[in-house]
Ligand binder design. Structure first.
Ligand SMILES: [Zn+2]
Length: 253
């Protein structure tokens, strides 16, 4: 039966390339099958590479921050200088210390993005860089004290780096969450913890890099944190859970 099939196909009209239609179809289907095996592996390798690149960038941001501290009497940069609404943001203040558009931009973000049903185009600006700063505890803070529904921690302005209890635990920068408000204010949060804590927008974004978020610490190391929801996130109810990662003085409410 197989011999008959081969003989029949041998008598088929050959294309100028010397292949029969059947042979070409078999080759095409083989290539398609190979691609279906290879593409997911390639996609995963690309995602892993971006995660490693992000970790490297966040680490360099923490280094830029330490250099900023050296020049500013060990006082952490403000979330935003001069005026909370119009001054340069923290990542712009770090530009004199080696930060640039490449470093302060999570490599997973780019092109067309869809968050909470809102489609937006990525570009380099303060709404879109994808990294947040622990600005509530570390930066100048001029908003009212947080009301999170439970006991809350008051913060001091102009935190001094010499008072940090454990530099290996203190979060400075991390992948941040997309904003939930649609319309013109879409994008990605520039802060990791803001007075009115909303778990959808505050804390480390654990969905950015294959179920993990990149976190940069004050001792200038960066970690790929898997499942940050259960290991590192700020408390939404004022409980002291994981406060050591957020409050430089590790105060217990
Ligand atoms: Zn990232």
């Amino acid at each position: 039966m197989l011999i008959e099939w081969i003989q029949r196909n041998r008598t088929e009209k050959r294309s100028p390339s010397g292949f029969s239609l059947m042979e070409m179809l078999v080759v095409i289907s083989l290539i398609t099958m190979l691609m279906s095996f290879l593409l997911p592996a390639l996609g995963k390798a690309k995602t892993n590479a971006k995660r490693a690149l992000c970790a490297s960038q966040v680490r360099q941001l923490t280094t830029a921050n330490v250099q900023y501290l050296d020049d500013h009497g060990d006082i952490f940069p403000p979330h935003r200088a001069l005026n909370m609404n119009t001054g340069p943001n923290w990542y712009q203040l770090l530009e004199s210390y080696g930060n640039n558009a490449e470093l302060s931009h999570c490599p997973e973000l780019g092109g067309t993005q869809i968050d909470y049903g809102v489609t937006w185009q990525w570009s380099y600006n303060y709404n879109y860089i994808g990294y947040g700063y622990n600005g509530f505890f570390l930066g100048l803070f001029s908003h009212p004290a947080p009301q999170t529904g439970g006991t809350y921690i008051s913060v001091e302005r102009w935190t001094n780096a010499n008072r940090v209890k454990d530099t290996s635990k203190l979060i400075v920068f991390a992948d941040s969450h997309p904003k939930t408000n649609a319309g013109t204010n879409h994008g990605v949060s520039l802060t990791l913890w803001w007075p009115f804590i909303n778990r959808f927008t505050e804390g480390v974004n654990g969905n950015r890099h294959i179920g993990a978020g990149i976190v940069g610490f004050q001792d200038t190391h960066a970690e790929i944190v898997s499942d940050p929801e259960n290991t590192i996130q700020p408390s939404v109810d004022g409980s002291p859970e994981f406060i050591e990662y957020w409050d430089p003085l590790q105060r217990q409410p």
